[in-house]
Design a protein around this ligand. Structure first.
Ligand code: SAM
Ligand code: SF4
Length: 327
């Protein structure tokens, strides 16, 4: 079992399988991105091995993320292999939805029961402005397809930004209610340098909650997915609203996860540079997991207590983008 220096049990990993993406969301990426050379990425076999090792150390929940995980070549093999080789309570995915029309059945057949889909706008023009290149109709088709296939739960993820999509909050919640989905609002985090000053674009979840409480009948929910969201049930509906609030309500005290980047770096916290390079160990020790297990156990001593995001600082808290670390 993995226990960190602050006595937090680590039973959840997020694995970024690629830093590439078919969108360029304005809060996530800069307009011109330099992606990691493909030769420097972990192979799918190496990713599967890392997951197996973590599962052996007590990790029960794995989220596949990116970049856009569903654009990685042969991603089907990875989902099937992880499903077959591990004893997990949950294998989940975060996706922008663009490929769901083709991939939803494969996901369902690989034991994925819950998926998170990012959807920042229901207006095609705003959607294009926020993703720079994304087509809303393709994502909505993917969402409808996933709904038809029948996952246990679909959750929408939304990042609200001042003067861009902030005014769509009720439209997005209504869409979630009509579809029977949950929906989470994520406060923008200062990861990587983007075109906007985050101090000006960021919207506080306290303000969002205020507006939501004036518009809907909400009850506080004890529901927890093992993630950082605090949930509110929309009365008389199947929809819970999650608020992921790194700024207005720091959630680090209950942190139960670490992240593995697409380059095989084990990041102990999204908001810090502390990391352990797993890929050289994986390559140097193809038949013996011992050195990798030892490095993971030792990493628990350097997991930071808390992120220190400060939106008033004009520089990003960490220079790497969320798509590199895995959101
Ligand atoms: N491409 C997939 C997607 O968009 O769902 C998965 C990767 S994306 C990095 C995972 C999540 O991180 C998305 O919900 C996205 O909205 C969120 N995200 C990306 N950059 C962010 C930032 N700077 N602050 C807050 N959330 C961010
Ligand atoms: Fe791509 Fe997801 Fe980042 Fe948007 S948030 S650019 S879809 S990785």
């Amino acid at each position: 079992m993995l226990i960190d220096q602050f006595n937090r049990k680590i039973n959840y990993i997020r694995v970024s399988v690629t830093d590439r993406c078919d969108f360029r969301c304005v809060y996530c990426m800069s307009e011109k991105m330099t992606f990691i050379p493909k030769n420097d990425l972990m192979s799918l076999e190496e990713i599967a091995r890392v997951v197996r090792i973590f599962n052996g150390l007590g990790v029960e929940k794995v989220r596949i993320t990116g970049g856009e995980p569903l654009v990685r070549r042969n991603i089907d093999w990875l989902f099937k292999t992880i499903d077959k080789e591990n004893h997990l309570k949950e294998l989940t995915l975060t996706t922008n939805g663009s490929q769901l029309k083709h991939k939803a059945s494969m996901l369902k057949n690989s034991g994925v029961e819950r998926i998170n889909i990012s959807l920042d706008s229901l207006d095609p023009d705003t959607f294009m402005r926020m993703t720079r290149i994304g087509k809303l109709n393709e994502v909505l088709e993917g969402i409808q397809h996933a709904k038809k296939i029948g996952f246990k739960k679909i959750k929408l993820n939304v990042v609200l930004m001042n003067n861009l999509n902030e005014h769509e909050v009720f439209n997005l919640v209504d869409f979630a209610i009509d579809s029977g989905f949950d929906i989470s609002f994520i406060e923008e985090m200062p990861l990587g340098g983007t075109q906007f000053n985050r101090n000006e674009t960021s919207v506080s979840n306290d303000d969002i909650l205020n507006s939501l409480q004036n518009h809907y009948k909400l009850s506080k929910s004890n529901f927890a997915t093992g993630g950082p969201a605090k949930y509110w049930q929309v009365n008389d509906s199947n929809t819970k609203i999650g608020l992921i609030s790194p700024h207005s309500h720091n959630f680090c005290g209950s942190c139960n996860r670490v992240r593995i980047s697409c380059k095989g770096e084990l990041f102990l916290c999204l908001g810090h540079e502390e990391k352990v390079e797993l890929l050289p160990l994986i390559k140097a020790s193809p038949h013996d997991d011992g050195p990798i297990i030892e490095a993971i156990i030792n990493s628990m001593r350097i997991k930071p207590e808390s992120h220190t995001f400060d939106l008033s600082d004009s520089k990003p808290a960490v220079v790497r983008f969320m798509s590199h670390t895995g959101g």
